[in-house]
Ligand binder design. Structure first.
Ligand SMILES: [Zn+2]
Length: 157
């Protein structure tokens, strides 16, 4: 049986610990895909959202699937204004400001992952990766709130 998605839990405001055992990391990634697969229209999921306080998350868009173990954003530029929702805060949404281009270093990919937003689907991917990495740092979409209104897209993450 898969784990359940935590809703409005204080656990979502705590930074997660680094994964040192890659087998454990791969096991968490499998759990994340299981839960994401059972959640209609879901784009991404981070381990703390299923009650595992470890640094792993997954993202699935038209552009493909990403699984990130110990991800760190090592470079970021540009701005995207988005309206975001979150599986852990159902029915709520926030207008956020995110980076448009990011480079992410992970322990499970040999090279850094470069995400350059140029089309709507790549906007979704780059916003989602930042949203999920925030979850690993105990941050939520509410921490990225902006007063700008020139929204470029919507994502329920
Ligand atoms: Zn979320």
């Amino acid at each position: 049986m898969s784990l359940k998605i935590l809703v409005e839990s204080p656990l979502l405001e705590k930074p997660c610990s680094k994964i040192t055992d890659m087998n454990e990391g791969r096991g968490i990634i499998r759990e994340l895909w299981d839960v994401l697969g059972e959640t209609p229209n879901a784009v991404g999921l981070a381990a703390p959202q299923i009650g595992i306080p470890k640094r792993a998350c997954v993202v699935s868009t038209e552009r493909g699937r990403l699984e990130l173990i110990n991800p760190v954003i090592i470079d970021a530029s540009g701005i995207i204004i988005y309206e975001e929702g979150c599986l852990s805060y159902p029915g709520k949404s926030v207008i956020t400001e995110r980076s448009r281009n990011i480079v992410v270093q992970c322990d499970n990919y040999r090279r850094p992952v470069r995400l350059d937003a140029s089309t709507n689907s790549s906007f979704l991917e780059v916003v989602c990766v930042q949203h999920e990495i925030d979850h690993l740092n105990g941050k939520t979409m509410f921490d990225r709130k902006t007063n700008r209104s020139d929204i470029m897209g919507f994502a329920d993450l």
